[in-house]
Design a protein around this ligand. Structure first.
Ligand code: NDP
Length: 302
């Protein structure tokens, strides 16, 4: 039976480190780090994420300021707000909550954020620094996954890693961070031939795809470490029956609620093959916010 890599517990450790860093700033007479969160429109999931981020900021002593813009905000107004936040000396980090409503250009907004305040690590300057292996603000989800792996003593040097997914926010930066730690990295995606065979070669499998239960137990090399980044809501009873076949309790919850969250990996099957696996929820999700706050402290400290 695999070890469950508890993301919540590791997020708590990361947040405590941030809290101590904020205290240390205050002890030197410096102000608390300031994070500006920009939310455009009324997407319910985004509202939950923003609320969770504000609560986490309060817990570690970071000042968070929410800027809510209406659904029909023109791009020029969003640009103007970002410019004002870039110039605000009390703001160290700027986060534009994605997805933006239709009609707004997310890349343009993200590229407008000053690289020094880009706590999501999505600006091309920060992505370029990562590519060169230089210090900068790095994307929160993959950095927090690296922190989790380090905490659990996963030796990356020479290890065969497969990253499923090639997005700019998870897959590509995750692959670069693993490469930096001397893993031998394969990036797989929707056009990869014989995905199960590619996955089976992985000593470390990172799934960041957004497809519920795509990775079956038979795709996992016995003894592999599995990091499941995906967060998916399943509502289809047939799919739920397949994905949760090895998790009777989860299936019961699904049946009573009519929906359930799951990752890209079939957790119950992975538990029987892998040496360690992150759950969903309670795995990578909580780590991402902790990574964001670590970046905000880093940005404040310059
Ligand atoms: P994207 O949609 O940007 O990228 C998904 C990637 O998966 C793409 O590279 C795509 O390939 C690949 N892909 C899609 N379908 C398949 C398939 N059937 N087989 C193989 N590869 C496939 O997603 P993100 O990277 O933004 O997010 C991925 C998942 O992680 C989502 O579930 C998201 O909710 C979750 N997430 C979780 C976070 C957390 O805090 N835990 C933070 C960020 C994301 P191609 O490029 O060829 O289209």
């Amino acid at each position: 039976m695999a070890t469950i890599l508890d993301g919540k517990a590791h997020a708590d450790r990361m947040l405590e480190t941030v809290r101590l860093g904020v205290e240390a700033r205050k002890a030197q007479g410096l102000r608390a780090p300031g994070l500006a969160v920009v939310l455009v429109g009324d997407d319910p999931a985004s509202q939950v994420y923003v609320r969770n981020k504000s609560a986490a900021c309060a817990r570690v002593g970071i000042t968070s300021l929410e800027h809510r813009l209406s659904l029909d905000t023109p791009q020029a107004n969003l640009d103007g707000l970002i410019d004002r936040l870039n110039a605000d000396p009390d703001i160290d980090g700027i986060l534009v909550q994605l997805p933006l409503p239709q009609g707004l250009d997310a890349k343009r907004a993200l590229h407008r954020i000053s690289p020094a305040k880009d706590v999501d690590g999505f600006h091309p300057m920060n992505q370029g620094l990562l590519l060169e292996g230089l210090p900068g603000l790095r994307p929160c989800t993959p950095s927090a996954c690296m922190s989790l792996l380090a905490h659990h003593g996963v030796a990356l040097k020479g290890l065969r890693a497969v990253v499923l997914g090639r997005s700019e926010i998870v897959g590509k930066p995750m692959a670069l961070m693993l490469l930096e730690q001397h893993a031998t990295v394969t990036i797989a995606h929707s056009r990869t031939r014989d995905l199960p065979a590619v996955c089976r070669e992985a000593d470390l499998l990172v799934a960041a795809v957004g497809r519920p239960g795509l990775v079956e137990g038979s795709w996992i090399k016995p003894g592999a470490v599995v990091v499941d980044v995906g967060i998916n809501r399943v509502e289809d009873p047939g799919l739920a029956a397949r994905i949760f076949a090895c998790e009777p309790k989860k299936l019961e919850t699904f049946q009573s609620k009519g929906a359930a969250l799951c990752g890209d990996v079939r957790f119950g099957e992975a538990l029987q093959v892998a040496s360690a696996v992150t759950p969903v929820p309670g795995g990578v999700g909580p780590l991402t916010i902790a990574g964001l706050l670590a970046n905000t402290l880093q940005a404040a400290n310059g």
